[in-house]
Design a binder for this molecule. Structure first.
Ligand SMILES: Nc1ncnc2c1ncn2[C@@H]1O[C@H](COP(=O)(O)OP(=O)(O)OP(=O)(O)O)[C@@H](O)[C@H]1O
Length: 744
């Protein structure tokens, strides 16, 4: 213990020194008021590099070092949350990043396959103090004993699983299990599907995979950012601290309803409307509806345009020919519009020239090319002509087009149209967001002026970056990284002088100077993410998948889900159905089978629900622990009073309790619960929260009280029953569903 404490103290001293160095470097750089480009360049490079380091150092503050590997060949490594090197000339690793290849036996070695290990040690710390050691002997011929050999090899894991919840998910670097490690480090770069029952660690594993990928492919992913999609804001809040605790900040967390910049989805759809809006056919329906917006005057009822040089007649034929020419461009609507406009202007010019320059005696037109050009100019700037063009081929924004469409839905059955119809200008819903995105694709954006500006800006940035390269010094951007020489991606340790390409440097500078890649990604509908993680992926509609696939042209994705937890109204069918349009069968599948959250006693009760409903292919995960505490059910006369009484009795002294109840009951229940608000997004860090079954998705609490289970659908009930890490109680006034009657 003393030895480890000494080591850990030394490690923190080094961390402090590094942090101080980085801080003063930032301060000094910021204080520089040097004139001219050179000073500014140096400052920007320095600030960007050191700020990245600082984020990682902050992450290292808690649980900096948690393991030690002693190999049979004498190698001896400490494993930590981030890698740190000594200040010596060789920059010897002091503690190895958990993501480095050399740290892998920490997670995978077993007595059967020791991977060269003699001893594996778990080091538990509180702040900077070492509080416990757990040793495992992997070489059975080794007779040395330290007195810390654990009787139960899973002691550290079980302690983590038993600990009181805080309302925020924690990282699991100290206790990643072998089946999880294989997923976290899966070499597959395309779509990886991770399935598993409740509590099997799908979410936490996906987040660690993001951290791993950011480490293994930092150059690419730091620039393109990682997107994590989760079902609702409370869930995103719940998982928001995991990646920062691992030193990673280049990640954007978003719900599907937040993926269209500039639109906030505040409305809600009926299940029927969400179903219709989510269907893949909506892509074709919108395309057809957009063609309908490319109109023609009725034959025989032309548009008459007043013009200085006389009346212009825009008839069916002129409009038809212009429309065919514009459609033949096969461009998005707004980008094809200039073709339509030019054709109309040309035709009207010809019409006017014919009328003005017409020789009544059959000779050639009196007007020369210059006169005709002049006429054309007059027509091209005529507001009346433009109004007519706008009427036939309107310039549309995605918002306007979808809003118009939902007010008058077409190309749908009467029933479906009735489900989605709404008054113009209504609030956007999450299911509208993929429609808006689809519309944006169909419409396109005439951004030629913007692009010209951006290109000029880029040229300036490249010139600037060239300057940076000239003054850059051989400092390590990520000095704490400790990739072994043998790592396939050993080149990840970035040296400023490695970045020989001024264009790439310009891109990096752009990020450093202004916003992070994640921030820029959040504001850019066409951003291509380096990797996307989708949690509760089974919930997404076909249209939402179209949107997500557009955000990830490389198809580097980790999709996490559990079909048994799919809510009835959303979701598409199988992974194959979801993925085959995008990646055919080039995706990999991994399954997690151990439930780390819910004790066996609770899992047994919960599993009855899908089983009784005959959910096809249902296979409950096996719980890693049992608590000996059985779930209970109580029939009460006054529901609100019964719930309040149970909350008072069951609220843990530390930890969290959730009351899961149908939304309609929230007002009544909240009235009896002190300081527990009804409605809105729950604050999960409070000791007691009131949520509905949909909000419970992905979350967990020490104690869960499920109210009126007979009112839930199968999957919602299954989700609600599998949220507790310790205790589960059920309160009801109406009879229990058959799958739960054995509890009464
Ligand atoms: N190896 C591990 N060490 C410690 N805790 C773990 C480990 N694996 C999972 N857990 C914990 O188990 C709980 C459940 O994990 P998580 O929420 O990721 O599961 P899930 O499969 O996404 O569940 P659900 O589908 O029910 O939302 C979390 O508290 C997580 O930290």
């Amino acid at each position: 213990m003393r030895e480890e404490q000494q080591f850990v103290s030394g490690l923190y001293a080094r961390l402090d020194a590094l942090r101080e160095e980085a801080e003063s470097a930032v301060q000094a750089s910021l204080a520089q008021v040097g004139n001219g480009l050179q000073a500014r360049l140096e400052r920007d490079v320095m600030v960007a590099e050191q700020s990245g380091l600082l984020a990682a150092f902050d992450a290292g503050e808690n649980g900096l070092c948690f393991g030690r590997l002693e190999f049979g060949d004498g190698r001896d490594h400490h494993i930590g949350r981030i890698g740190i090197r000594r200040a010596d000339a060789e920059r010897t690793p002091l503690v190895i990043d958990w993501r480095a290849e050399v740290a892998r036996p920490f997670y995978l070695a077993t007595g059967h396959t020791p991977m060269g290990l003699r001893r594996r040690r778990h080091i538990t710390t509180e702040g900077r103090r070492v509080t416990a050691l757990h040793d495992e002997i992997l070489d059975l011929t080794d007779t040395t004993r330290t007195g810390h050999e654990a009787a139960d090899a899973d002691e550290v894991l079980l302690a983590a699983l038993d600990s009181a919840r805080t309302g925020r998910m924690h990282d699991i670097v100290q206790t990643i299990q072998a089946e999880q490690d294989r997923i976290i480090r899966a070499p597959h770069r395309g779509v990886l599907v991770v399935e598993g029952g409740p509590g099997t660690g799908k979410t936490v594993v996906a987040l660690h995979r993001a951290a791993y990928l950011l480490y293994a492919h930092r150059e690419l992913l730091a620039k393109r950012a990682v997107l994590v999609v989760g079902p609702n804001p409370a869930f995103l809040g719940y998982i928001s601290e995991v990646l920062p605790a691992l030193g990673e900040t280049g990640v954007l967390l978003a719900t599907p309803g937040e993926l269209f910049p500039g639109v906030t989805a505040t409305g809600t759809d009926t299940p029927a409307a969400a179903r219709v809006k989510g269907r893949a056919e909506m892509a074709d329906v919108l395309a057809l509806a957009l063609r309908d917006r490319q109109e023609l005057p009725e034959p025989g009822a032309p548009l008459i345009i007043e013009h200085d040089d006389g009346e212009l007649v825009l008839d069916w034929t002129i409009a038809y020919e212009a429309r065919e020419a514009a459609r033949a461009m096969e461009l998005p609507h707004n980008l094809a519009r200039p073709t339509f406009a030019f054709r109309i202007i040309d035709a009207l010019t010809a019409q006017l020239a014919e009328r003005i320059g017409h020789d009544p005696y059959g000779g050639p037109n009196f007007l020369g090319p210059d006169d005709i050009a002049q006429l054309g100019k007059g027509i091209a700037v005529s507001p009346e002509v433009h109004a007519a063009i706008e009427e036939l081929w309107p310039t549309l924004t995605p918002q306007r087009f979808v809003d118009d469409y939902l007010a008058e839905p077409v190309h749908l059955s009467d029933e479906d149209a009735a489900a989605v119809r709404r008054a113009p200008g209504g609030a956007w819903t999450a299911a509208d967001v993929p429609l808006l995105d689809e519309a944006a694709e169909l419409l396109g954006k005439d951004d030629s002026a913007e692009r010209a500006r951006a290109e000029a800006e880029r040229q300036r940035a490249v010139a600037y970056a060239q300057g940076v390269l000239d003054v850059s010094y051989a400092s390590r951007t990520y000095e704490f990284e400790d990739k072994e020489e043998s790592d396939p991606d050993g080149s990840e340790v970035l040296l400023a002088h490695d970045i020989i390409d001024a264009e790439r440097m310009a891109e990096r500078q752009e990020e450093a100077d202004h916003r992070s890649a994640a921030e820029r990604a959040a504001a850019d509908r066409t951003w291509a993410f380096g990797h996307i993680i989708v949690d509760e992926a089974q919930e997404l509609s076909a249209m939402a998948w179209r949107l997500l696939m557009r955000r990830c042209p490389t198809r580097s994705m980790t999709l996490v889900g559990d079909p048994a937890q799919t809510a009835e109204s959303g979701g598409v069918g199988s992974w194959r159905d979801i993925l085959s349009p995008y990646v055919a069968d080039r995706w990999e599948y991994a399954r997690l089978g151990v439930n780390y959250r819910t004790p066996a006693e609770i899992m047994e009760v919960a599993a009855e629900v899908p089983r009784a409903a005959g959910v096809v292919g249902f296979e409950p995960p096996s719980s890693v622990r049992s608590t000996g505490v059985r779930p209970w059910a109580r029939c009460v006369g006054d529901l609100a009073a019964g719930v309040a009484e149970a909350v008072a009795a069951e609220t843990p002294s530390v930890g969290r309790l959730a009351v899961v109840a149908p939304r309609a009951l929230h007002e009544a229940l909240a009235g009896k619960l002190d300081g527990v608000p009804a409605g809105g997004e729950p604050d999960l860090t409070r000791p007691v929260v009131l949520i509905d079954p949909r909000q419970a998705k992905g979350l967990e609490f020490d104690t869960v009280l499920v109210v009126e289970p007979a009112l839930y659908g199968t999957s919602d009930l299954y989700v609600a029953l599998t949220r507790a890490t310790q205790h589960l109680g059920i309160l009801h006034t109406t009879p229990l569903p058959p799958s739960l009657t054995h509890l009464s």
